[in-house]
Ligand binder design. Structure first.
Ligand SMILES: [Zn+2]
Length: 165
């Protein structure tokens, strides 16, 4: 088993427009690499500093975020590698272990769809002139989840998600 305790620089953004760890910023790796017959098991945590745009007040701030990982990376030619597509096991690239796709998935699950100031330990929004929470539904009408914004543009609709509640 090998322990990896170091910082790494992100080659590209992780997350979505409203909450992301920006390209070029450092994340702290605190990982154990366990060598098994079929490849490498990666466990541990990764933390970094995310840039957040509040869905309520549009104020920006940064916050510490982190995920825990349990990822199997299979070596080429192993039975596990053959089963990779069904099991969502990741593949070793020769001697390289590409952590980025695992981080993209893990932070994607961790990040809220509509982050707000109060999600991150603040008692109120960073923008003081924000309407009270019961004014939120009106102010967010027509807003689209940034992950679907491209689709909405493509198909010429801004109505996605309306009437769903
Ligand atoms: Zn806010």
């Amino acid at each position: 088993m090998t322990q990896v305790r170091r910082a790494a620089v992100l080659p590209s953004d992780i997350g979505v427009e409203m909450i992301r760890i920006p390209e070029g910023s450092e994340v702290e790796l605190d990982l154990d690499l366990t060598f098994v017959d079929e490849g490498v098991l990666v466990t541990g945590s990764v933390t970094g500093s995310a840039t957040v745009e509040c869905a309520r007040c549009l104020g920006g701030f940064t916050t510490e975020v982190g995920v825990t990982l349990t990822e199997m990376y299979a070596g080429h030619g192993t039975d596990t590698a053959h089963a990779a597509e069904e099991d969502e096991v990741r593949l070793l690239d020769g001697d390289l272990l590409d952590l980025e796709p695992a981080l993209v998935d893990a932070f994607g699950l961790e990040f809220p769809m509509s982050p707000t100031c109060t999600d991150y330990g603040r008692t109120e929004c960073v923008n003081a002139d924000t309407p009270a929470p019961d004014g939120v539904s009106g102010s967010t009408e027509g807003r689209i989840d940034p992950r679907w914004a491209g689709l909405a543009e493509k198909f010429g609709t801004t109505e996605i998600g309306e009437g769903a509640e």
